[in-house]
Ligand binder design. Sequence first.
Ligand code: ATP
Length: 220
Amino acid sequence: MRPIGILGGTFNPVHYGHLRIAEELCDALDLDEVRLMPANLPPLRTAPGVSGAERLHMVRLGIAGNARLSVDEREVAKTSLCYTVDTLGELRAEFGPQRPICLMLGADAFARLHRWHRWRDLFELAHFAVAERGGHPSIATAPLDHGLAAELRARRVSEVALLAEQPAGAIYLAPTSVLQISATRIRALIGRGSSARYLLPPPVLDYIHERGIYRRLDES
Ligand code: ATP
């Protein structure tokens, strides 16, 4: 059974860093599809300051024309706090016990995994595919705390084929392109009137300019 990929995030806004890891992991892991899942009220971060509907729309614009990428609205549609462990539980119920689910995330996010709600339970629900993140230490060499290093040692696989053979529980460090792009930098560029071209898809940038998103924020 081909695995399904999930890329969660605030997508404030979606950019080529996100889209490129989705695209590359889709090929590398032979995924059926990748669902981009914008979060609502992420528990570990300040509220994004842009509406969930706008972030969702930007994701839709960003993935337009790519049949392998889709958007999953379940988190952004909720008004209460969402935890990944609950969302993965829902997906597991939908896809059944055998279908491999790969949660994709950047090295920066993986290094903070021990702060996620019931983080150890996540390994019962999904595999992890961790992408390098420019400006952050590689997970293979980074000092990891709070039991994460032990989990990585025990669960790390280097053969992608193994991800298709079991539904959850493995960690794959993916050799993806390192694009040093962040939403924080894009917000800061737009906020001060500088160009963010070539960091994100043109329709997303056009929408940001049309709506005055990030120009109307004090925060970046
Ligand atoms: P911000 O700058 O607002 O923190 P971000 O650019 O990190 O945002 P998120 O939506 O928070 O974007 O990221 C969602 C997921 O995508 C995270 O797992 C993050 O590590 C990963 N990611 C984002 N940008 C990149 C990138 N350039 N390379 C690899 N992974 C990335």
